[in-house]
Structure formats: C-alpha cells, structure tokens
Design a protein around this ligand. Sequence first.
Ligand code: NAI
Length: 320
Amino acid sequence: MAANLRFDGRVVIVTGAGGGLGRSHALAFGARGASVVVNDLGASHTGEGASSRAADVVVEEIRAAGGKAVANYDSVLDGDKIVETAMKAFGRVDIVINNAGILKDVSFARMTDQQWDLIFQVHVDGAYKVLKAAWPIFRKQKFGRIINTTSAAGLYGNFGQANYSAAKLALVGLTQTLALEGKKENITCNVIAPMAASRMTETVLPPDMLASLKPEMVTPLVEYLCHEDTTETGSIFEVGAGFVGKLRWERTGGHGFPINQDLFPEHIKEEWSKITDFEDGRTTHPTSTGESMEAIMANFENVANGGARPKVVSDDGKVD
Ligand code: NAI
C-alpha cells in the first residue's frame, strides 16, 4: 500500500457536509490532518427549513476524533460567507468540495419555474458562489483542489429530473473550464458522479442495495483527487460501492460531405449508418474544443471532383 495521503496544514470546505456524502468527506479530511469547514444549511432533502444541528454534529464528530473543524450554516448561495468562515478560522482555503444538493423531482410536464430555478440555484449558482470566492485565494497561493458533484442523472438523463439533470451537467462544463483556467496556477478541478446511500437515495433504492452503497466508498476518490501530489484535472468519474471509473467522450468517425456541394437532409439519411457507427474502428475521443474542431476543419479539404455542382433532390426524394 502507498504511503498515507495526508492533508496536514490544508483547509477544506465541504458544502452540505451535515449528512450523507458531505459528512463522509468532512470526517475523512478531518481524520487525515486537514482543518475542515463543515457547511450545512440543515434543510430537508427538498430544500425546506434550516437548522444548525446538522453541521454542529459533524464538527463534534471531527473534534472528538482529534481533528480540527468549524461549522458554517450559510446557504451555498452565500458562498463568500463560507469562504470567509474558513479564512477567519484557519487563515486559508486549499480545497473546495461542492457537494450540497437538493432534489425537486417532477415530470417536465408538471415542473414549475420555481422547481427549475431552485435546483439551478443550489447546484449551479451555489457551486459558482463558493468557487468565485475561493478562486482568487487559490490563484494567489498557486494551489487549489476542487471537486464538483454531478450525477448519473446529469450524464445520462433521468425521468422526472429535467431540472436536476440539466443543473448537474452544468457542473461538468464548469469543471472542465476551471480545469483549463486553473492549470497554470496548480488548481485542479474534477467532477464525480457518486452513488451512495443517503436520505436523497433512501426513498428510491431498495434497502439491500443501500446497504452496499456506503458514502465512505466514494470519499477516498475525493481525497485522492484533492491531494497535493495529484495532478489529474478536468476529469469525470463514476464512483460507488467500491467501483471507480473515468468517463470520456467518444465520437464516431462520422461522414464528411463535400464542402463545395449543397447538403440536404436526404444526404444525412443516406449516410446515417456511418454517422452513428461506433463499431467501425474509426471512433476518436476528443478532449478539448481544439480536438473537437479537428474533424470539422479536416473537412475543409473535402472538395468534390468536378467542381461545385450542387446536389439536388428530385421530386421522389432521391438525391442526385
Ligand atoms: P444529502 O441530502 O444527504 O446531503 C446533501 C446536503 O446538502 C444536506 O445535508 C443538505 O442540508 C445540504 N444542503 C442542501 N441545500 C443546501 C444549501 N443551499 N446550502 C448548504 N447546504 C445545503 O444527499 P447526498 O446523497 O449526500 O448528496 C450529496 C451530493 O451528491 C448532492 O450534490 C447530490 O446531488 C449528489 N449525488 C448523490 C447521489 C447519491 O447516490 N447519494 C447520486 C448522484 C449525485
């Protein structure tokens, strides 16, 4: 086994750390030497109410185990206040774990503007607010580690979660851009799609499954990614029940149509099997906008012989 990964002298903010995954992250960092800001609004899993108890209990747990922790009860929407708590108590911030979250599940047909907005506020604006306040500190000290929390619902979609999936995928975009913008200053940013038993999942998953889905099986990846020796950045991981895997985009080899000829939907139909074929050995895995553009740029050279004769569609729908 590798040497212990320690966080002595590091200050970690964990949002939504009063229960579930956040609590597990906070306890683990506290046990490995970090000073922890345990943020939690103490709301219900659908965002109602507020109580200082959730954060206080976790702070006590960390202290009882010999660690250092303070509580913060602000909403992540007041992310600057959470960062202020860290600065006042410990004088620095090194790691931000954006974990706070709520659900407002309802079919898209019945979703209200308020249910849409609230989910975006807590997940997207909340992560933004905390990071916006921590970012200048990270840049100045040339060190920062960020974990955002997405969801399989964001990566793949999920019935009844249009608001939640859209907000969760927004965090993937945020992660990938901050990874690029932070690179020069030794700021890494990764995003996890966890699966764990918590009050958020206890009503939707069967009890025998929940027993195998301990939050403590997600936290070690978070710790590894936040260690000062880890340089991984801009990556998406699926993690739960002891499984850890990395995700990437895959693009088909596709089809390039001549650039000097008109393109009609009938041409798309003709080449559809090529456009959508992931099994023909021509797939690629773009990792940046530059690599994404390569295929499009390469098609600039795709000039059909015989000049710019526009293709036409005859009355019977056939392409000539
Ligand atoms: P949880 O409900 O146990 O924990 C979320 C915590 O965030 C709660 O303690 C809550 O009080 C806090 N919170 C809510 N709104 C807040 C606000 N505005 N400001 C500060 N704190 C706030 O749920 P769980 O499962 O631990 O979720 C943690 C994160 O993981 C969430 O972002 C969730 O969307 C995500 N996630 C969880 C999955 C799972 O299987 N448990 C699956 C996919 C994603």
